[in-house]
Design a protein around this ligand. Structure first.
Ligand code: HEC
Length: 182
């Protein structure tokens, strides 16, 4: 009886070992744990360490915020990097158009801009932020920035433009070129 119990434990332990062995790290599916942003991660984004203020190609005031420094070298932004762009239209922050990109890493967005999630946000004067929609950048979303797409002041796909910036890990602003100190 005792021996049977002991054998059962041994079998259970070796089975666990087998399961682990079926998914060797770095092989097959990308099982890297992703950074998945919540609305609270964007709270008070205007206080993030990197902030750029200028006008866009239509002369509208925009700001770009990044939660950490632009990488000094390499080909990609680090997992967990959050970037927000505000188009400061209307009569206050509640009216602004607010876009974000977050580096989730892992297998996310493998068919588009690998690792990046694209979000539309609504910023409130309290500093809080609401997520309006999110995805891998391949879906149609509200977008009215100045554009390489003729007449596109309605809806567009984030990757229509960001897909062209593959040489800078899909980040478009010249201030955020890898190796640049804004
Ligand atoms: C029509 C082209 C275009 C589309 C579509 C577009 N973007 Fe951008 N985006 C830009 C450009 C150009 C910049 C650089 C800042 C600037 O000059 O406006 C930028 C900058 C950004 C930034 C700051 C980081 C960076 O890449 O420089 C974020 C975040 C962002 N966009 C998110 C989005 C999201 C989310 C969508 C889809 C809802 C989107 N963008 C769709 C052109 C576009």
């Amino acid at each position: 009886m005792r021996l049977t119990f002991f054998m059962a434990v041994v079998v259970a332990v070796s089975l666990t070992g087998c399961l682990d062995d079926t998914l060797p790290p770095g092989e097959g599916e990308n099982t890297e744990i992703q950074f998945i942003p919540n609305a609270s991660d964007f709270q008070d984004f205007q206080g993030w360490p990197v902030a750029v203020h200028r006008t866009d190609r239509s002369g509208r005031p925009i700001s770009l915020y990044m939660s950490r420094s632009v990488p000094a070298e390499g080909y990609e932004f680090a997992k967990g990097t959050l970037i927000v762009k505000t188009v400061e239209i209307g009569s206050g922050i509640d009216d602004w158009e607010v876009h974000a990109m977050v580096k989730r890493g892992g297998a996310y967005g493998a068919m588009g801009a690998p690792g990046w999630e694209f979000l539309n946000l609504h910023a409130l004067s309290t500093g809080a932020v609401v997520i309006l929609d999110r995805g891998d950048g391949t879906g149609l979303g509200h977008y009215s920035d100045p554009t390489e797409i003729p007449g596109a002041m309605t809806d567009a796909v984030c990757l229509d433009c960001h897909g062209d910036a593959g040489d800078n890990d899909y980040v478009m602003a010249p201030e955020f070129r890898i190796g640049t100190v804004p």
